[in-house]
Ligand binder design. Structure first.
Ligand code: SAM
Length: 484
């Protein structure tokens, strides 16, 4: 692994511009070096290397930084101009062996960003710095990045979440236990034209006494006995590290600050997993939404992490023994969103794996705002609320196939966090009447008149439907809720 990356931030910024000028970005890299489905790894790389051959400077850069393959000195010199190969060797980004140039790091594209990290070949090393993974993508999609204020990228790795936050306007501090992460965080900040205050520290140790508008973390969340690799499993047993993030967050959040992190929790024999997670937030003065997105049997879980990693095949028995010792039957991965806001203390837990757009942060933000509003003002406030359907909401009527059977009605939401639920004619009528003009009380009056029943008999039911619909995003306030 490169021991030091010593590139000046001005030079790194300019390197980012050089790479982009040749089309080295997410869009072109996806086309050029995405392994086609069904292609075995080794054959896949040969195919991609072949594709790069005819792709000029972009092909050279993709071989070097995306595929970790060598290129000739001449090709590297041409593709990296005006950066001299010798300068990049001195900075620790390249190596020259047998007249071939090798990159010591890998660089990938994500949206408008370029992200440097350790080469995949170093995966087994304890201080390996991870690339932008599926989990990073998930938390990046959910994170409610503010357009100003302070953001903490906790357990920052290569600082990629911090780069996004800084690019969107925040002042960013990024911290990690692994000292190698600071050089990657600084490099990534420079490659993307932003600045980040990168620090080393265990948990919140490097930000003692500081508060943030958003704390975002993709922590080492794999439940395993392998605490050797810092990016994988934390040193605290089972879910202890994530529990400690939940416990410490409040002291580092501004008054309505948000903390979001990916977390695991075990399904332990004779224990309710939901209760276990709820207990993490017992002392937290604010709202919490825990959203489960994956649940795996313990054996399958171990296999899925150790598969395809021949150097770790022997670890399987150790992982299984660890689960037995802790009576762990299955493992859940989820997303935690906490928001400080004293009086409400909403606790929500979604056990259905959710389907969602990327990003879905706006949906999360609007659900938090709605929950807070209802909790602060009371449900009766909803009687005067003027509501409209959320984005991409439809009510679908399916005619019965057999004579005499009832029509089937389904309410669907196809954007943000997706949602689908069977409904009934009264709910469908109510949703249809939420036109942004009439209050819930007016709608209830109209519906009661048409049914010739007292309006009071409808109010509770409609308030409950409105409340649930605000939380799923099927309805939203005609006027946006205030931020707090
Ligand atoms: C799964 S990686 C994610 C890195 C990065 N946030 C990302 O999304 O790519 C977890 C990171 O947590 C760091 N880490 C592990 N234990 C830690 C601790 N006790 N305090 C702070 N960081 C820690 C690891 O070094 C690693 O960089």
């Amino acid at each position: 692994m490169p021991s030091a990356l010593e590139i000046e931030s001005v030079a790194a910024r300019s390197l980012g511009a050089t790479l982009r000028s040749h089309g080295f970005d997410a869009e072109h890299l996806d086309e050029l070096v995405e392994v086609p489905r069904g292609t075995r790894a080794a054959g896949g790389i040969a195919l991609l290397a072949h594709r790069c051959e005819g792709a000029g400077a972009l092909g050279t850069l993709a071989r070097l930084f995306a595929l970790s393959l060598p290129v000739s000195v001449d090709a590297a010199t041409a593709a990296l101009h005006p950066h001299a190969v010798g300068d990049l060797v001195a900075a620790g980004l390249l190596e020259v062996r047998d007249a071939q140039v090798y990159a010591t790091i890998q660089i990938q594209g994500f949206g408008p960003y370029l992200f440097a990290s350790d080469r995949a070949a170093w995966y087994g090393e304890p201080e390996f710095v991870l690339q932008f993974t599926r989990s990073a993508h998930r938390i990046a999609s959910a994170a409610m990045f503010p357009s100003s204020g302070r953001v903490l990228d906790l357990c920052c790795g290569a600082g990629m979440l911090g780069v996004i936050a800084a690019d969107l306007g925040a002042q960013v501090v990024a911290t990690d236990l692994n000292p190698r992460t600071t050089m990657f965080t600084r490099l990534n900040a420079a490659l993307n034209g932003v600045s980040i205050d990168a620090r080393i520290g265990d948990g919140f140790a490097a930000v003692e006494g500081e508060r943030f508008d958003l704390i975002v973390a993709n922590p080492p969340f794999i439940i395993s006995p392998d605490t050797n690799r810092m990016f994988l499993t934390a040193r605290q047993p089972v879910d202890g590290f994530c529990r400690s993030i939940a416990a410490a967050a409040e002291a580092h959040l501004t008054e309505s600050g948000v903390c979001q992190f990916l977390a695991p929790w075990p399904v332990v024999e004779d224990e309710d997993p939901e209760e276990r997670v709820r207990a993490w937030f017992n002392g937290f003065d604010g709202d919490v939404w825990v959203m489960e997105h994956e649940r795996m049997d313990a054996l399958q879980y171990a296999a899925s992490f150790l598969d395809g990693r021949p150097e770790h095949q022997d670890d399987f028995g150790e992982w299984i023994a660890y689960y037995r010792a802790h009576r762990i039957e299955a493992i859940v991965h989820g997303l935690v969103t906490m928001q400080r806001s004293s009086p409400t203390r909403v606790r929500a837990y979604t056990t259905e794996p959710v389907e969602h757009d990327t990003p879905f942060r706006d949906h999360l933000a609007s659900v938090f705002a709605a929950r807070r509003r209802v909790a602060v003002e009371g449900r009766d406030w909803l009687l005067d609320a003027v509501l409209v359907p959320g984005e991409a909401v439809s009510v679908v009527y399916e005619a019965p196939l057999t004579p005499g059977a009832r029509e089937r009605i389904e309410v669907r939401k196809g954007s943000g966090i997706h949602y689908r639920v069977e409904s009934d004619p009264a709910v469908a009528e109510f949703l249809g009447a939420c036109d942004g003009q009439r209050s819930l009380r007016d709608i209830a009056t109209l519906m009661a008149d048409s049914r010739r029943v007292p309006v009071e008999s409808m109010l509770d039911g409609l308030v409950a439907v409105a409340e649930e619909s605000l939380y799923t995003g099927v309805l939203r306030a005609a006027q946006p809720f205030r931020a707090s």
